[in-house]
Design a protein around this ligand. Structure first.
Ligand code: SF4
Length: 220
C-alpha cells in the first residue's frame, strides 16, 4: 500500500485529470442520486470509496477529501493528522520525525502538487481543521452534491462553455425583449368578407371577379 501511495504522488497529474472527469460524472448523476435518495446510496458508495482510495492512497475516510489540494498525498497518513504542512519535524532526506521509516506525507504532497496543473496554488490554500463528525462518510457524494447544488443556485450548467452564452443571452433579453407589444387589429380587417377575400387571393382565386391579382395582394 505504501508503494502505491508513492505511485499516486508520482502520477498526481494523471490522477488530477481522472478526478476532474469523475467529479463531472458524479455531478451529472445528481438528479438520479436525489431520486434514489442520498441517504440510501451513502453506505454502498462509502464502502466502494474506502476500498478504492484505501488501496491507492491509504485513505482513512475522513469524509472531507483534500487530495487535489495536497498533491494526491493523503494528509491523514501524517501521524499528527496535520491538514497543513509540513511541520518543523522533517528529518534529513524528507523523513517523518514520528515514523522515521516513512517519508513525510507533506514533503510528498508538495512534490506531487508541483506535477499537477493547479496543485501549486491549491496546496498553498490553508485547509480548515478536520471535522471528525464526518469520518466514515463518502467525500465523493458530499463533494458532488455540493457542486450540483452550487450549479443550481447560480443557475449555471456544469458545462462552462454554456455559461458565457447564458450570460450574453440574459443581457440581450434585458435590452431587446423578444415579445413585441400586441397591436390592436382594425375592426374592418376582422370582417368575414375581408377575411374570405384575403384567403382567396392567397389561394390564387378572385372572389370579386377581378383579374391579375398577385399573392402580395397588389394589382399587377
Ligand atoms: S483526505 Fe480524507 S478522504 Fe481524502 S484520502 Fe485522506 S483520509 Fe481519505
Amino acid at each position: 500500500m505504501y508503494q502505491l501511495r508513492l505511485f499516486a504522488v508520482r502520477h498526481s497529474r494523471a490522477f488530477e485529470g481522472f478526478y476532474n472527469g469523475f467529479e463531472r460524472i458524479m455531478v451529472s448523476l445528481d438528479p438520479l442520486f436525489a431520486k434514489i435518495g442520498y441517504n440510501r446510496i451513502e453506505r454502498p458508495v462509502a464502502v466502494m470509496e474506502k476500498v478504492i482510495k484505501g488501496v491507492l492512497f491509504d485513505c482513512k475516510m475522513c469524509g472531507q477529501c483534500v487530495l487535489s489540494s495536497t498533491g494526491m498525498s493523503c494528509p491523514m497518513n501524517c501521524p499528527k493528522n496535520l491538514r497543513n504542512g509540513p511541520c518543523g519535524g522533517v528529518r534529513p532526506g524528507g523523513f517523518c520525525e514520528v515514523k522515521p521509516e516513512m517519508r513525510c506525507v507533506w514533503v510528498e504532497g508538495w512534490d506531487g502538487a508541483t506535477r499537477m496543473k493547479h496543485g501549486a496554488e491549491r496546496i498553498r490554500a490553508v485547509q480548515p481543521p478536520v471535522n471528525r463528525a464526518l469520518e466514515g462518510s463518502s467525500s465523493w457524494l458530499r463533494a458532488s452534491r455540493e457542486k450540483a447544488a452550487e450549479g443550481r443556485t447560480t443557475g449555471l450548467s456544469a458545462d462552462p462553455s454554456k455559461h458565457a452564452l447564458a450570460k450574453a443571452f440574459g443581457r440581450a433579453r434585458r435590452f431587446e425583449p423578444a415579445a413585441a407589444p400586441v397591436a390592436v387589429e382594425p375592426e374592418a380587417a376582422l370582417s368575414e368578407q375581408v377575411v374570405s377575400e384575403r384567403t382567396a387571393r392567397f389561394k390564387g382565386g378572385n372572389p370579386s371577379g377581378q383579374t391579375g391579382t398577385t399573392q402580395t395582394g397588389k394589382d399587377a
